[in-house]
Design a protein around this ligand. Structure first.
Ligand code: COA
Length: 173
């Protein structure tokens, strides 16, 4: 099995797999254009024969926070460590960027506990994530996902007009 960064040629496989699980809310629905635009966020696993097995993305909010998104393995490839290896690759990528907090929202916290994530009781402790995704989510007031973070909870946020200028100044120190 090979775990590598995605290329634009992988966008169709990523799009099909991610959206196959967006109907029930397991994953956020992603447009093909959005996948292409953000293809450099994606890491994927493929078999020794080059067959696509699964993918995951690391979204960078800024030096204070990244998020694991769209992590999924094809049903027939589950249980072969592809998901774990993709996740480990995304964590390593965040570390290479010097980012100490990686967050995610999930319905399967047990999988992420194994990789050093812990639950965050109050989602408002991750305001950038809430601003990016929750505002437009149809399940805003009946969210069944658990917020998790690996590393410290960020002390700052940068999304939203209220914060933007002030917090960017803080980051650039
Ligand atoms: C979650 C998912 C990516 C895991 O991929 P996978 O390749 O099957 O997982 P791995 O084989 O790497 O498993 C690594 C470890 O996690 C555990 N694990 C796997 N899936 C799990 C789950 N759903 N819940 C809890 N633990 C899980 C495995 O038992 C294994 O544990 P071990 O190290 O103690 O043996 C895969 O099941 C999937 O695509 N699920 C549907 C999409 C989804 O829910 N994504 C998460 C959205 S936030």
């Amino acid at each position: 099995m090979l775990v590598r960064k995605a290329r634009l040629q992988d966008a169709s496989n990523v799009y099909d797999l991610v959206n196959s699980l967006s109907g029930d809310g397991t994953l956020l629905k992603r447009a093909f254009s959005e996948i292409c635009e953000n293809i450099r966020d994606f890491t994927l696993a493929e078999s020794d024969g080059g067959v696509f097995l699964g993918c995951g993305a690391l979204h960078l909010y800024g030096p204070h926070l990244a998020e694991v998104r769209s992590i999924v393995v094809k049903p027939e490839a589950k249980g072969q460590r592809a998901g774990g290896r993709i996740l480990a690759g995304l964590i390593e990528e965040a570390e290479e960027h010097g980012i100490q907090s990686v967050c995610l929202f999930t319905r399967i916290p047990d999988f992420f506990f194994k990789y050093g994530f812990r639950t965050v009781e109050d989602k408002s402790e991750l305001p950038d994530k809430v601003f990016k995704d929750c505002q437009n989510c149809p399940r805003l007031h009946r969210c069944d996902e658990v917020a998790m973070v690996r590393g410290r909870i960020p002390r700052i946020s940068i999304l939203g007009a209220r914060h933007e200028a002030q917090e960017l100044v803080k980051i650039s120190g």
